[in-house]
Design a protein around this ligand. Structure first.
Ligand code: FNR
Length: 344
């Protein structure tokens, strides 16, 4: 088996290698109807949101990516600096590497050191014990715990898990016994309404549907495979737009978060209009930090905030929940999907 530290470096470098400025998360299939009377001023907007009992000044955050090696410590430090300077919440990558090997703990704790007062989410894979979940949160003094679901990634990953029999019950235990909120997330394969129903049935309250269209872990793990490639799984899953539509029956019972291929502030607003409480960015922020550096990334995020204000105003929305009253037209393959699955 390859050491986890190599894997962490490979995930970050391959995510950047395969990064594309154009996403394919089906946001192009969602369009706002323009109405000529907005009847408000830009300075009436308030971008704040809340989920998992946490209040955030902005409706987007840095999603799980990094940690577990020397290089990914440096990446985490940069991401945490961006988070601190922009006031965005931030998740670390899976802390399991540090639970197995304490010598890499500093690649995660750097996130808290660099940003002592910010909102930080720890992250672990499904199939973990309550004890490990508590250790992950304690390590980072985290405000919440993300648990990721990634069966397609594990299947394609040469050294991946092959036993997924008890994920649901183990997550249920963690949700019941943690003192911090638990967010269950996908990793870019999206979710179905059946998955959301199961998560709800075990007491999960906050879910990141993390859809297809941005970072593609089937592609990344295929690249790492030395024997034969499982290319046929590279198109597996639901796009982010489709996953948000699948989530429609649950937007009042679950807190839905959106991620997967977010490239523009308009993608953020479309997600919020479909009921997301907030929107996570991974691949795009990683690309900015690696290619443009910390200062330019901070500047880009400040521009995103300004653009959100502009789009809210165009749509006549003062706060993000107002966006759910906007008129969104669904076209193309996303519309076909909704018809086939009888989603209104
Ligand atoms: C990830 N992602 C991820 N998710 C998770 O829950 N735990 C993890 O450890 C990681 N690791 C990771 C490494 C790298 C380099 C990337 C780019 C991503 C998945 C991530 O949080 C997100 O769900 C997907 O990447 C989809 O979003 P983007 O990248 O398309 O914005």
């Amino acid at each position: 088996m390859k050491p986890a530290t190599n894997r962490k470096n490979e995930h970050v470098s391959l995510a950047e290698h395969f990064y594309q400025a154009d996403n394919d998360s089906s946001f192009a299939d969602l369009q706002f109807v323009h109405h000529s009377f907005s009847e408000m001023q830009t300075n009436e907007t308030n971008l704040a949101t809340s989920f998992a009992g946490l209040v955030m000044s902005f409706p987007f955050y840095i999603n799980a990516m990094s940690g577990g090696s020397k290089w990914t410590k440096q990446v985490n430090e940069k991401l945490a600096t961006v988070a601190r300077e922009t006031g965005l919440a931030m998740a670390t990558g899976s802390v399991s590497a540090a639970l197995k090997d304490p010598t890499v703990s500093d690649s995660f704790t750097i996130v808290r050191e660099a940003n002592p007062n910010g909102l930080v989410f720890a992250n672990l894979g499904a199939g973990q014990t309550v004890e490990n979940a508590k250790r992950a949160v304690d390590l980072l003094q985290a405000d919440a715990l993300q648990i990721h679901l990634n069966t397609p990634q594990e299947i394609v990953m040469p050294e991946g898990d092959r036993d997924f029999s008890n994920w649901l019950s183990e997550i249920g235990q963690i949700v019941q016994q943690m003192d911090v909120p638990v967010i269950v997330k996908e990793v870019g394969f999206g979710m179905s309404r059946e998955t959301l129903q199961l998560l709800r049935s075990i007491g999960v309250k906050t879910v990141d549907i993390s859809g297809k269209g941005g970072t593609n872990f089937a592609q990344i793990e295929n690249y790492r495979r030395k024997d034969y490639k499982l290319d046929l799984l590279e198109d597996w899953g639901q796009t982010t737009a489709v996953s948000l539509l699948e989530a429609q029956p649950y937007t009042s019972e679950l807190e839905i978060l959106s991620s997967g291929g977010i490239r523009t502030p308009l993608d953020v607003v479309k997600s919020l209009a479909l009921g997301a409480k907030a929107v996570g960015l991974s691949g795009h922020i990683l690309h900015l930090v690696l290619k443009e550096g910390v200062d330019d990334t901070i500047q880009t995020i400040e521009h995103w905030k300004e653009q959100l204000v502009s789009i809210f105003t165009l749509l006549g929305c003062r706060v993000s929940t107002d966006l759910q009253q906007t008129d969104v037209v669904v076209t193309g393959q996303t519309k076909d999907w909704c018809e086939a699955r009888q989603i209104d």
